[in-house]
Design a protein around this ligand. Structure first.
Ligand code: SAM
Length: 280
């Protein structure tokens, strides 16, 4: 870790808290790579979740004059952040748990304007944070986030692969997901147990002309038990007789034995629309 940052952390007697997912980054090349993957322009507003010692915040600030809001749960980082980020004028630091802020608060931080999310996320709550960000009608343009490699692979998985699940489909409905680069665990301080990856999620709620909020529960039900057939999961989750679902599938040439893990996003949309039309 860079000397000056170690000094500031030590001077403040900072103790890394494993339970808060505190694995910090200082590698300049990597920090640069993250902000370049985020394609930050001069006027972009940026939300960072988990400021840590402020190393990524600083790189974000080098790219934009727009508003940067960085949220950090750990108040013991306050003096460290004040010192490391004293020259950054367009930054608002907010202390608290990101998941406890109301969506209104978050929108108001940016005066209701659009923003990009750039973050090295705390791993213990990466998925809840992603859902919080995509399910609250924020004007988010993109998320460029560091995740555990295994979660990154699930977000970008294709049908038929073992990583494919509800979260892959839910994101594919409203965004384009790509893994930008894999990041070895050796680049973090302290080192986590697993490798990571930077994922870019370009949000486009119009991508499939479908109401995300209507279909998302249906998708979750389809994947509720991985080994079971779609008919079984739908029958249990929606409380509909198996025979009725069977008939719908037969009439529409859908394989009676198919499982959620085999279906494409378009096939999910097709089946959901059929169920909606038939008021099932
Ligand atoms: N951005 C810094 C970096 O790249 O070095 C720190 C990243 S570290 C992986 C995650 C940070 O998120 C930690 O500083 C941790 O304290 C903070 N954090 C953990 N849970 C949080 C929450 N619920 N809300 C806001 N910040 C949180």
């Amino acid at each position: 870790m860079e000397e000056s940052i170690i000094n500031v952390l030590e001077k403040n007697n900072f103790k890394f808290k494993h339970k808060l997912g505190q694995n910090f980054l200082t590698d300049k090349n990597l920090l640069n790579a993250i902000v370049s993957d985020a394609k930050i322009n001069k006027n972009d507003n940026v939300l960072e979740i988990g400021a840590g010692a402020g190393t990524l915040t600083k790189e974000i600030a080098n790219k934009t004059d727009g508003k940067i809001v960085s949220v950090e749960i750990d108040e013991t980082l306050k003096p460290i952040l004040k010192e490391n980020l004293k020259d950054v004028k367009n930054l608002t630091l907010i202390f608290g748990d990101i998941l406890k802020f109301s969506p209104n608060d978050v929108s108001n931080w940016f005066d209701g304007k659009k923003f990009k999310v750039v973050a090295n996320l705390p791993y213990y709550i990466s998925s809840p944070i992603i859902f919080y960000l995509i399910e609250n009608n924020f004007k988010i343009e993109s998320l460029t986030i560091m995740l555990q490699l295994e979660l990154a692979q699930r977000l970008s998985a294709k049908p038929g692969s073992k990583e494919y699940g509800a979260i892959s489909v839910l994101l594919d409905l409203i965004s384009n997901v790509s893994i930008k680069r894999k990041v070895p665990k050796t680049l973090f301080t302290p080192q986590p147990k697993v490798d990571s990856a930077i994922v870019n999620i370009e949000i486009d709620f119009n991508k499939n002309n479908i109401d995300y909020f209507k279909i998302s529960n249906f998708i979750k039900i389809c994947f509720s038990m991985k080994r079971k057939t779609l008919i079984n999961n739908l029958s249990q989750g929606l409380k509909i007789e198996k025979d009725i679902i069977k008939q719908v599938f037969e009439l529409n040439n859908i394989n009676l034995n198919c499982r959620a893990e085999d279906l494409t996003t378009n096939e999910f949309i097709k089946i959901f629309s059929l169920f909606e039309k038939m008021n099932l």
